[in-house]
Ligand binder design. Structure first.
Ligand code: PAF
Length: 280
């Protein structure tokens, strides 16, 4: 496995590698969710490139970029073990040199839900992902379904800018109690960690109501909220949502299988957890 930190070295390294090439973009602090992306990419491609870059432009002014978990050596060991060919791990100056001022704005899709609570977040995500696509030129790129709105944003980016690669969504990896794997789980205290599966229980409640014939999205949103409110350690609920999987438009009714996602975002103390389930 080669670890490359500069853009010129990345280009030289990638030139000689066989296609198809699968890209797994990450911010490091790897867990089983990331490894599921790597494994899938490994199965489907001749070459696998992973990136590790804690992208400063997707963090808001209230969010502590410096506290984001980082463990480069452990991340590299995990990627090596899983057969990654090249890791691109640039510094912030390599990605955003002085004078950098071109941004990818994904419009209203990026202003909804997460965008309300993290203004500018998706502009940062879309910009860095567009740069990574342009630098690595993958045939496929792999993202977790756990960040459902991010996935919708990236699919839109690829469609609107005709980037011509395939976006592969990989199912959310969960702990046995249902909590979705996330680098942010590391911030939870042990009592918050015990309480956190309420997030998945809320989503499962909506899913089971939908499966039993409930089509009214307002009822699903209210039922998810009611489940979350049973947990005293949930400090606030940012949203419960029933949204179109592509446009992230809030829905009134959910008729068709696979077209809607139920989503929640909650805070346990200063830790914010998000999760979603597709209704199918
Ligand atoms: O999902 C993430 O880890 C990040 O948002 C991504 C896609 C690597 C962009 O920085």
């Amino acid at each position: 496995m080669r670890v490359v930190t500069s853009i010129p070295n990345l280009s030289t390294r990638l030139d000689s590698l066989p296609r198809p090439l699968g890209l797994v973009p990450t911010m490091g602090a790897l867990h089983d969710g990331h490894l599921a992306l790597v494994k899938r990419a490994r199965r489907e491609n001749q070459t696998v490139v992973a990136t590790i870059f804690v992208n400063p432009t997707q963090f808001g002014s209230q969010e502590d970029l410096s506290k984001y978990p980082r463990d480069r050596e452990r991340d590299l060991d995990m990627l090596r073990e899983h057969g990654v060919d090249v890791v691109f791990a640039p510094g912030a100056d390599e990605m955003y040199p002085p004078g950098f001022d071109t941004w990818v704005d994904v419009g209203v899709l990026g202003d909804r839900l997460e965008g309300v609570h993290r203004p500018g977040h998706f502009r940062g995500v879309a910009t860095v992902v567009a740069k990574l696509f342009s630098l690595v030129r993958p045939d496929r790129a792999y993202f977790g379904q756990k960040d459902g709105q991010q996935l919708a944003v990236i699919r839109r980016l690829v469609r609107d800018l005709n980037l011509g690669l395939e976006i592969v969504a990989v199912p959310t990896v969960r702990d046995p109690d249902g909590l979705a794997k996330s680098s942010r789980n590391a911030y939870l205290t042990s009592s918050q960690r015990q309480a956190a599966p309420v997030v998945y229980r809320a989503l499962c409640r909506a899913e089971s109501l939908w499966s039993s014939g409930v089509r009214d999205a307002e009822r699903l949103r209210a039922e998810m909220k009611a489940v979350l409110e049973t947990e005293p350690l949930v400090e606030s609920i940012d949203y419960t949502s029933v949204a179109d999987v592509e446009s992230m438009d809030e829905l009134d009714q959910v008729q068709l299988s696979g077209k809607a996602m139920v989503l929640v975002a909650v805070r346990f103390g200063s830790t914010r957890l998000i999760d979603n389930v597709i209704l199918e």
